[in-house]
Design a protein around this ligand. Structure first.
Ligand code: APR
Length: 229
């Protein structure tokens, strides 16, 4: 029986794939006002601006390639029962074959009906436009959790974290709740590994910091995890 390993990943995971983070130098929130592009009020006020923001990111996603960090995490499945809980809306974990990926904040390649949120569609092109409608005739919106909206995937994520034998935190500032609160659901003795070039500080008993970028840090992480498999 393989041990359970949960990876909580954030934007830093995809930074080496050329996708911007949010709160780093040059991050997305330096260029855009989050209340103008990532909230239900923004969508009501100026849907074209919101669509342009996600179209630009989706266009970059169509050109992005997974990096060594994504590959390394996929390889961990040979030793562990891996569950990825990601705040990222890209599909780079899936592209390298990770089997269990739970998106807390939605998925950039998907859009959904504004009349029935259960009607979700995968986009073949990068551009969503006003007038693109669901089968019921209502405007399609990005399948993204905006600020101020509930995070339904938390219900599924919490028990996964509560039952894990190991927690890996990669590329997240842990600045946004409820996602960031997931680290508080691990058992007290659960070992935590943090991969992030920045100085981070997780108030847990058993934390190992790998202060490197994901590409290099995950390789170092794998050598450390071999002893725990
Ligand atoms: N490898 C690993 N970590 C990195 C790298 C890298 N190459 N580059 C940057 N980082 C780290 C930064 O040091 C920072 O800790 O990734 C983290 C990025 O933090 P944020 O930009 O805040 O991204 P994230 O934590 O994913 O944001 C959470 O905020 O805006 C919302 O919905 C959005 O899901 C997002 C949420």
């Amino acid at each position: 029986m393989k041990k359970k390993l949960v990876v909580l990943s954030g934007a830093g995971m995809s930074q080496e794939s050329g996708l911007k983070t949010f709160r780093d130098m040059g991050g997305l929130w330096e260029q855009y006002d989050v209340t103008e592009v990532a909230s239900p009020e923004a969508w009501e006020r100026n849907p074209e601006l919101v669509m342009r923001f996600y179209n630009e990111r989706r266009k970059q996603l169509f050109e992005a390639k997974p990096n060594a960090g994504h590959l390394g995490i996929a390889e961990l499945e040979k030793w562990f029962d891996v569950e990825i809980i990601t705040q990222n809306v890209d599909d780079l974990h899936e592209l390298v074959g990770s089997s269990n990926v739970l998106h807390l904040h939605g998925e950039l390649r998907k859009v959904r009906s504004t009349i029935d949120p259960g009607l979700i569609y995968i986009m073949e092109s990068w551009e969503l436009k006003l007038g693109d409608t669901c089968e019921l005739g209502s405007q399609l919106r990005p399948h993204i959790v905006w600020f101020g909206e509930p995070v339904p995937a938390m219900q599924e994520a919490i028990p996964i974290v509560q039952n894990t034998d190991i927690l890996v935190v990669v590329g997240t500032s842990l600045a946004v709740y409820p996602a960031a609160g997931l680290v508080n659901y691990i058992q007290p003795e659960t070992p935590v590994f943090v991969v992030d070039p920045a100085q981070t500080n997780i108030q847990k008993k058993n934390v190992t910091y790998i202060q490197k970028k994901a590409g290099e840090g995950i390789t170092e992480l794998i050598t450390k995890l071999e002893k725990l498999k």
